[in-house]
Design a protein around this ligand. Structure first.
Ligand SMILES: *Cc1c(COP(=O)(O)O)cnc(C)c1O
Length: 427
């Protein structure tokens, strides 16, 4: 029942993510993917600078990841974790305990990052209930942050600049403060924690705030947050859904910064872009408050597909690839390449800032532009790059080759100039 017009027909029925369906340009249909190349249904080829929302880190169509999935599919597609067990979920939990820093030793699996953050928040609230401290319903998060699209996670996103500002009144009020980067913001963070004893946890995207525009901060900021949490006895959650699994040039931002949280969320790149999978990884200390004779202290959470066998098997293969292909070394080389190729943009009159960390690069312009038009211009130049607001960014696969990277950085250079000319003639 193949319909060659599937895209046009389906557009009347599908509801696309983050899209004004009436005005958005029609998405480009993809027929084949390989490495960092997207082959379109009309035969054009694009070099992908995004990696399918930052998930594709070993290149598309990777034979090892596909083989892991197929092997697991043949053996045991999935059985639920309630009362039954299968090897991939248990093996992955064991492996994550080894790979994550400190005593982050206990993994809860779900299918999306937002739900992993929900679980982290729920664990934090229940920790204080289980330890007899009582109800601590609030969270502290940071301006510029993004933690997901479900209701609890929307409440800890940036309330003004974030994409969920429309929902302000409909969400639980949280404490949203500046990242502690100077004396005043460090004091403000500590004051807020001192004055509000109902805060269960602080949540932060360590080193890079992704969806908020690839904003970067340094390890000292995370040390301030860790110290403040310890001083005021509050749980610290690192949302490493974007920064985890090599993106920053270390396996986790917490390893790069030397700061260990009490709960870490991971997702996005966990399966190398093949299947959905996310996890909340919890420290021994937090977990101990749940491990009890008392049934009411259990974590009452259980997504239907928690610990999905296919996803966990692919994640194991993706972690193998991270180790065997020296993915971290690749990201560090990529960081050097991105830095040198994008450095010349710093002098452009319409460029506010160029930021690079690991396999992340951001060119922030100092004027607004039409994002849909810019996205179309990138496609016309044989690239897939999707600016966020004023920020043009790259989050390529760690396997991207120098020639392919050139196609991306040259397109950025040309389009930054074109957008500058447009802004100049309009203003
Ligand atoms: C993408 C992302 C999420 C949400 O993950 P989903 O899988 O889209 O639900 C949460 N936190 C961060 C830091 C993210 O980058």
């Amino acid at each position: 029942m193949h319909n060659p017009d599937w895209l046009e027909t389906g557009l009347n029925h599908i509801w696309l993510p983050y899209t004004q369906m009436k005005t958005a340009p029609t998405p480009v249909g993809v027929s084949h993917i390989e490495g960092v190349t997207l082959e379109l249904t009309d035969g054009r080829k694009l070099v992908d600078g995004v990696g399918s929302w930052w998930t594709c880190v070993h290149g598309y169509n990777h034979p090892r990841l596909k083989a892991a999935l197929i092997e697991q599919l043949d053996r045991l597609p999935h059985v639920m974790l309630g009362g039954l067990g299968h090897e991939p979920a248990y093996a992955l939990a064991t492996r994550l305990a080894t790979l994550t820093p400190g005593d982050l030793n206990r993994s809860f699996f779900c299918e999306s990052g937002s739900v992993a953050v929900e679980v982290a928040m729920k664990v934090a609230v229940q920790y204080w209930l289980n330890t007899g401290e009582g109800v601590r319903p609030k969270f502290l998060a940071f301006k510029g942050g993004y933690h997901g699209d479900t209701f609890a996670t929307m409440s800890v996103c940036d309330p003004d600049e974030g994409m969920h500002s429309l929902f302000g009144e409909a969400l639980p009020a949280q404490h949203i403060v500046d990242l502690p980067t100077d004396e005043a913001s460090i004091a403000a963070l500590n004051d807020t924690l001192a004055q509000n004893k109902d805060i269960a946890a602080v949540i932060v995207e360590p080193l890079i705030q992704g969806a908020g525009g690839m904003r970067m901060h340094d390890a000292a900021t995370l040390r301030q947050i860790r110290e403040a949490c310890d001083r005021h006895n509050v749980i610290l959650i690192f949302d490493e859904i974007f920064t985890g699994l090599g993106r920053t040039g270390d396996l986790f931002a917490s390893i790069k910064s030397g700061v260990t949280p009490d709960i870490m969320t991971i997702g996005k790149a966990l399966t190398g872009g093949i299947t959905p999978l996310a996890a909340a990884v919890v420290s021994e200390r937090i977990y101990a408050a749940f491990h009890d004779e008392d049934g009411s202290k259990a974590l009452m959470h259980g997504p239907t597909f928690t610990g999905h066998a296919l996803a966990c098997a692919v994640a194991m293969a993706s972690l193998d690839l991270i180790e065997e292909t020296d993915a971290i070394g690749k990201v560090r080389k990529l960081e050097a390449e991105l830095t040198s190729r994008l450095a010349p943009l710093r002098g452009r009159p319409n460029v506010a800032e160029v930021r690079v960390m690991g396999a992340v690069a951001a060119v922030e312009l100092n004027h607004d532009f039409n994002v849909d038009d810019a996205r179309a211009a990138f496609i016309a130049r044989g690239t897939f790059i999707r600016p966020l607001g004023r920020v043009i960014y790259l989050t390529p696969s760690y396997t991207i080759q120098p020639e392919e990277l050139s196609v991306l950085t040259e397109a950025i250079s040309a389009i930054v100039d074109a957008l500058g000319d447009q802004a100049a003639s309009a203003g």
